[in-house]
Structure formats: structure tokens, C-alpha cells
Design a protein around this ligand. Sequence first.
Ligand code: CA
Ligand code: CA
Ligand code: CA
Length: 162
Amino acid sequence: MSRRARKELVVPEGLSEPDLKEILSAFDALDVNKDGSISKKEMKDAARMTGMNPTDKEVEEWWKAADANGDGNVSLQEYVNIMADNYVTIDLEQERMETAFKVIDKNGDGQISLQEFRAVMTFNNMFSKDEVDKLFKEVDTKGKGYIDYNDFIKNRMYEVLF
Ligand SMILES: [Ca+2]
Ligand SMILES: [Ca+2]
Ligand SMILES: [Ca+2]
């Protein structure tokens, strides 16, 4: 990728430098003939190579969203814009989950005890005590007696709560 293309790039708000680097190198890999944009063929070939095999409909949908100016090519800027959406959403989601975890982990020791879990889950009579105990056991897969952040994420607990 030319220095010039990189310099003229408008970086979307909220996109971190490491994420941008990742997107740029993905673009570089996709742009096989190095003309500075991704053609539909390049995109399809790449998808096939990674074993994704998208249907024509999926390709069309992605393409419609990505090729913002409709000139039949996805430029670096268009690619960064569409990919940034994914990255920024993920970051936001992560932030939400961390906040949720901290809210439940009242004493801040990085573990959600049954007591802390109960306090939140029985709030507003959302769940009965029995339901809460059952849920706790399900989330605490290894029977540690507490829920750590990994359990919390894996079970998408924040979706239950927020
Ligand atoms: Ca190309
Ligand atoms: Ca375009
Ligand atoms: Ca705790």
C-alpha cells in the first residue's frame, strides 16, 4: 500500500491504531493486483481461500454496504469504514460487559460470589431464589463457587441482565 493512500485515509472515530493496522493489512491481502481497491472477484477469491464460501446473496449484501459510492470497487477508505463498524461495536460491547461485571462484583475482587449474584438477580423479583441458584451453577461451569469474568462472557450474562 502506498504511503500516500495511508496518509489521506480518514480514520473513523473510535477506531484504535492496532485495529486500524489489522484492517489495513487485511485490505492489502485482499487487494491481490495492488491497484488500491478491492474488486468483487478479489473479495470472492479471498473468501473462498479462507474456506468461508459465502453465497452470492451474502457477497451482494456485503458489497452493497461496503461500496458506498457504488463504483463497483471497494476503495481503501470504503473498506476501512465498513470494517471499523465491526471493531467499534465490539469494543463498545466489551466495555458494556466489563461495566456489568463490575456492577455485580460489589466488593471488586474479580469474582462474583453467589451472594453478589443473588443480590443483583433477585432485584425487582426478576428471578426467584431457586432460579438464581440454578443459573449460578450453570454459569459457574467448573464449580469454583464463584463466577469469573470468563464465565460471565462465555455465558453472555450481560444479555440476561441488561
Ligand atoms: Ca485490486
Ligand atoms: Ca467504491
Ligand atoms: Ca466479588
